[in-house]
Design a protein around this ligand. Structure first.
Ligand code: CA
Length: 225
């Protein structure tokens, strides 16, 4: 389950926001001051929603310490003052995005989703339609383990890793087949075709692996059935 750390001292903001995030299916840990937020960050959340004006330790310092601790979880800043945001982003405290108060819940949730898509940790989350265990070299589709050859696995891993972006044929040949000879990519096309079948994709209307004519392929995060 995707875990969100919500650090906000104003319950009129954190209560409805926590409810909305839980409705979205996230596990939410609400912390009402900077010290408690840092404690919460020890539990490796997938994303942090961080108010700047927190008691004891302000949000900016919390963000710096989270980054100094090695966490790469996306941090979404909440702030009432747009000029503070310049400081956050400009001084590179390590925040990824910001929303100014008052914000619309729908907008904030959209930012959260976008940040989680960008974060590879989330791509390995249990709620994904396609889940990849790169170390164990295993992959699951809708919870069922896929039976993949070594090259099929590598191809899927690269496409899922770069999901939403076009991966060129050349890049795939280089990364999966470790060859710089691009004369024929028939092997690649055959593997794509097999992967699509295993993912239940229809070549004419693929949901997972889209062909980008003349360039390569793009993995689209499929919706759960
Ligand atoms: Ca505050």
């Amino acid at each position: 389950m995707t875990r969100v750390l919500l650090a906000e001292d104003d319950p009129t903001i954190s209560d409805p926001l926590a409810r909305a995030l839980r409705r979205e299916g996230y596990e939410v840990d609400v912390r009402a001051d900077g010290r408690a937020a840092l404690d919460g960050a020890q539990e490796a959340p997938d994303l942090v929603v961080l108010d700047l004006g927190l008691p004891y330790i302000d949000g900016l310092e919390v963000c710096r310490r989270i980054r100094a601790g090695g966490s790469t979880a996306p941090v979404l800043i909440l702030t009432a003052r747009a000029d503070e945001v310049d400081t956050v982003v400009g001084l590179d405290a390590g925040a990824d995005d910001y929303v100014t108060k008052p914000f619309r819940l729908a907008e904030l949730l959209a930012r959260v989703r976008a940040l989680l898509r960008r974060n590879p940790n989330e791509q390995a989350g249990d709620n994904e339609v396609v889940r990849i265990d790169a170390d164990g070299r295993r992959a699951w589709f809708n919870g069922e383990e896929l039976q993949l050859t070594a090259k099929e696995f590598d191809l899927l891993r690269v496409l899922v890793r770069d999901q939403g972006k076009v991966v060129s044929r050349e890049a795939l040949m280089r990364e999966v087949w470790e060859t710089s000879w691009y004369g024929s990519t028939k092997t690649l096309d055959m593997h794509i075709s097999v992967l699509r079948k295993k993912l239940g994709d229809d070549a004419a209307h693929p949901r997972c692996i889209a062909t980008v004519r003349g360039v390569g392929f793009r993995f689209e995060r499929p919706e759960r059935d």
